[in-house]
Each structure stands twice: as structure tokens, then as C-alpha cells.
Design a protein around this ligand. Structure first.
Ligand code: HEC
Length: 440
């Protein structure tokens, strides 16, 4: 017994001795935490020096043991592996916990390598083109409707974009920002003035032309949301901005008690040559949701079928405050099903995009299906009003069910042929039905 105690005690002491801030912990914080926990980023405190980190040692231990930090909501071991996965390894968790248990010592203070940050403030380096959003004054209080800005690119030839990055100025009040490409001739926000902030009505936002292709109307270039990290598409992949296109920014600001002026920017990086594969953003969505009051697990299903072979690049579940869980699966033409992503405990605060480690080939005829579960019961601590029937809408007290995804396909292929026409017709019918019901 004595012997055993001795071994355990010595073993633990030796281990604890090695767990110092400078020796073992700082490298983990630098790699896994400082992306958010440094000045100017979204983490509420910086873990860039021993002094700043030490008071948080106990909270850090809690956060890593409970796996609430780093934030990551995909169920481990189910579905695909993800390139931007930011979870800690068992070893890293152990190292941090042992350091805190040993009294959080600094160890031999050496020169600490500075946080990873780019000189220009752009994570992907200096963009080829910077689109500046004119200063927007966000009031201290009140509901701010989705605000739009139509900016002409003045491109006289087609441009392939290999990456794009949002540099958000006032993260505390920018709930999200989406940049769409509006090709010439599109019906999207038709007739609204360019170069100024506009707040179109829902009807104006839904204007479409019969027979107009989905991507002839608009195409999502990139989106910013909490937890955002820009990731370029792969070698040989790019998005297309046709000559004469406009960039339409959809902005959702939220008041946080302090009046602020936001000066965000969008950076574009041009591909030097035409890519092998064109990248497109598309989605599954159920605009017809109608969640009864008090329902603890209301489920909604949406799907999209590809008419051509595509490669799946990324997935992003999107719901609002009643969002509880989402599972995204692929059903292959031979009928078999595979889970791609399971988010069993969805958090509205973290609109994570999951980039597949190995982009997945999907043969023509594959259906991607998203099943969203909503909790409209009083047991949901984020529920703004369990007594309400909840339908589709912009604000966080309304709901959405969207499974955003990015796909790549042969760049010579017509984008409109990528989505199976039968699936498109079903989607259009559903959309029209929703517009009719919401107009009543
Ligand atoms: C993607 C951004 C991001 C990353 C990466 C991240 N954090 Fe956080 N962290 C936040 C944000 C935002 C908050 C405040 C809101 C919240 O608690 O969700 C926070 C809060 C915390 C808190 C305080 C929460 C509490 O328990 O009171 C701790 C401690 C923490 N993070 C530790 C860490 C550690 C340790 C790592 C790395 C192993 C890490 N975080 C990685 C964004 C991040």
C-alpha cells in the first residue's frame, strides 16, 4: 500500500512540476484560445500574458473540463471530421487541469511568442480589393431591422474569387453580415437605390421573376457570424463574380446599450487563373415552420437534391433562440443514408461553419436533408416567449431552419443545373405557400 501511495504521489508531483504556464500551458492557449481571447477579438478576456490569464485559471479549468471552451458543437465521432475543429485533446485538457491544480505557476518566464495575428488586421493577408461599408450608427436601444446596402462592383470582366474575408469593426453590435453577389439583370432588390443603406419590406426582399434561375437572382459570397473564421477555398476552387454585378450586403445590427459606429470592411482575393471548380453556396430550408406554444421538441425537415455530381465543402446549421438540435444527412442515389454532421446541443450564440476535413464527393441524385429540432417550452432558458406560435422571420424571437452549405463542381458546368429541377419546383411551391400564408 505504502509503496503504491509513493508511486502515485511521485508520479503526480513529477507531472505537476512540468505543468507550468510558460512551459506547457501557453502554447495550448496560443494555438487553441487566443484566436478569440486577445485584444480586439470576441473573447471577453485576453489570455496573452501570465498576468492576464492567472485570475482566470479556475474558470479555465472548469471551461476545458466541461468542454464548454473552446466552443464546438458537433458531436464527436459522428459524421465527418472537420478542418476547423477547435476542441482540445485529452492530453491538453489534462495539462491545463494539472497546471491549475498545482496552483497555476508561471514557471521560468521566457519570451512568450506573440499571439498569432496578421500585421494588416486581415487574417488572410492584404486583400486585392477592399469593399468599405460606410459608417453605420447603431443606436443604443431598440430593434434594428435587417439593413441592406447595394454596392456596384464596376467590374468590366468576370472575376474569380479564391477567398473573401469580413473584417468586422464593432463585433458587439454586428449580429451578422452577409455579402451576396447580384448578377446583372437580377430581380433581387430590383429598383432599390445603390450606395445607401436601405430597409426593404419583406415583399420587396422576396421579389423574384418566374423562370429566373436561383443563382441568376443572387448568390451568397460569404457570411459573418459569431465564431467566424475566414477560410479560403482550396487550390483550384473559386467563386464567380460576373462583370457588372453588384455586391449586396445584408446587415443585422443589434443594440447593446451603447451607441456605436460600425466601420466594417469586406476583402476580396482574386484567383490568378480560372479555377477547375466553381464554389457555390446553397441551402436546405423550411420556411413553413409553425411551432406550437410550449412544444418541447418540434421537428422540421428540409432537403435539397443535386442534379450533378458535387463536392461538399462545408455545412452550417442555422436556427434562432428556440433551436435545440440539427442533424444533416446525405441520402445517396443507391438509397443509403449517412450522417454528415450532428449538433445535439445547438447554441444560437455560435453559428459555426463546419469545414469538412476531406471534402466529400456526392454523386448526382444525392439528397442532403436537415432535421431541425426546436424547444418552445418554458424549459428553454433562451425562449423569449413559450406562449407564442412561432413562424419564420428575421428576428431572433422568430425562427429559421436553414442548413447552409458550400459545394464545388466542374467550373464549366451551368450552376442552374446543379440543383435538381424537381427539388427546385418543390422548394418554389413551398416558398410561394409561405408567402401566401404570411401575407394573410
Ligand atoms: C471561437 C472563439 C473562442 C475560442 C476559440 C475560445 N473562447 Fe473562451 N470564450 C469565448 C467567448 C465569446 C466567451 C464569452 C461568452 C461565453 O462564455 O460563451 C468566452 C468565455 C470563456 C471563459 C469564461 C466563461 C466562464 O466560464 O465564465 C473562459 C474561462 C474561456 N472562455 C476559456 C477559454 C479557453 C481556455 C479556450 C481555449 C482552450 C477558449 N476559451 C477558446 C470565445 C472563445
Amino acid at each position: 500500500m505504502r509503496m503504491l501511495h509513493g508511486v502515485v504521489w511521485f508520479g503526480f508531483a513529477a507531472l505537476a512540476g512540468a505543468q507550468t504556464f510558460s512551459g506547457a500551458v501557453y502554447p495550448i492557449l496560443r494555438a487553441k484560445c487566443q484566436g478569440c481571447h486577445q485584444a480586439g477579438e470576441i473573447g471577453p478576456m485576453a489570455f496573452t500574458t501570465y498576468r492576464d490569464t492567472r485570475p482566470w485559471a479556475k474558470a479555465i479549468r472548469e471551461a476545458v473540463l466541461s468542454r464548454s471552451m473552446p466552443p464546438w458543437h458537433a458531436e464527436a465521432g459522428t459524421g465527418e471530421r472537420f478542418q476547423n475543429e477547435r476542441t482540445l485533446t485529452e492530453g491538453e485538457i489534462h495539462t491545463i487541469a494539472a497546471w491549475v491544480d498545482a496552483g497555476a505557476p508561471e514557471g521560468p518566464a521566457t519570451e512568450y511568442p506573440p499571439p498569432l495575428k496578421s500585421e494588416t488586421g486581415w487574417r488572410l493577408g492584404k486583400p486585392d480589393l477592399v469593399v468599405r461599408v460606410p459608417s453605420y450608427r447603431v443606436a443604443a436601444k431598440g430593434e434594428i431591422p435587417y439593413t441592406f446596402l447595394i454596392l456596384p462592383t464596376r467590374f468590366t470582366q468576370d472575376h474569380w474569387i479564391r477567398a473573401a474575408e469580413f473584417r468586422i469593426d464593432k463585433r458587439a453590435v454586428v449580429h451578422h453580415m452577409n455579402a451576396f453577389v447580384r448578377p446583372p439583370g437580377s430581380s433581387y432588390l430590383e429598383g432599390l437605390p445603390r450606395d445607401q443603406f436601405v430597409v426593404p419590406t419583406l415583399a420587396q426582399r422576396r421579389i423574384g421573376r418566374p423562370q429566373e434561375g436561383v443563382f441568376e437572382r443572387r448568390e451568397l459570397l460569404i457570411g459573418y457570424e459569431p465564431g467566424y473564421r475566414p477560410i479560403p477555398w482550396r487550390e483550384g476552387q473559386a467563386k464567380l463574380i460576373r462583370a457588372g454585378s453588384d455586391i449586396v450586403l445584408e446587415m443585422h445590427f443589434t443594440a447593446n446599450g451603447h451607441e456605436q459606429t460600425d466601420d466594417s470592411e469586406l476583402g476580396l482575393y482574386f484567383a490568378r487563373e480560372a479555377p477547375r471548380e466553381r464554389v457555390l453556396s446553397t441551402q436546405t430550408q423550411d420556411m413553413g415552420i409553425r411551432i406550437p406554444p410550449g412544444a418541447p421538441a418540434f421537428s422540421s425537415t428540409a432537403e435539397i437534391t443535386f442534379g450533378k455530381p458535387v463536392t461538399l465543402i462545408s455545412l452550417q446549421p442555422h436556427m434562432h433562440l428556440r433551436g435545440k438540435a440539427m442533424r444533416i444527412t446525405a441520402q445517396f442515389p443507391d438509397g443509403h443514408d449517412e450522417t454528415l454532421l450532428n449538433v445535439p446541443h445547438y447554441s444560437f450564440n455560435w453559428q459555426t461553419t463546419y469545414f469538412l476535413k476531406d471534402p466529400k464527393r456526392l454523386p448526382a441524385g444525392t439528397t442532403i436533408r436537415s432535421v431541425a429540432v426546436f424547444d418552445n417550452s418554458p424549459n428553454n432558458p433562451f425562449n423569449p416567449d413559450p406562449a407564442k406560435t412561432v413562424t419564420w422571420g428575421d428576428q431572433s424571437w422568430d425562427e429559421m431552419h436553414i442548413g447552409f452549405m458550400e459545394i464545388a463542381f466542374d467550373a464549366r458546368q451551368d450552376a442552374e443545373a446543379i440543383i435538381d429541377p424537381a427539388a427546385k419546383t418543390r422548394e418554389r411551391r413551398r416558398f410561394e405557400e409561405t408567402v401566401r400564408t404570411s401575407a394573410r
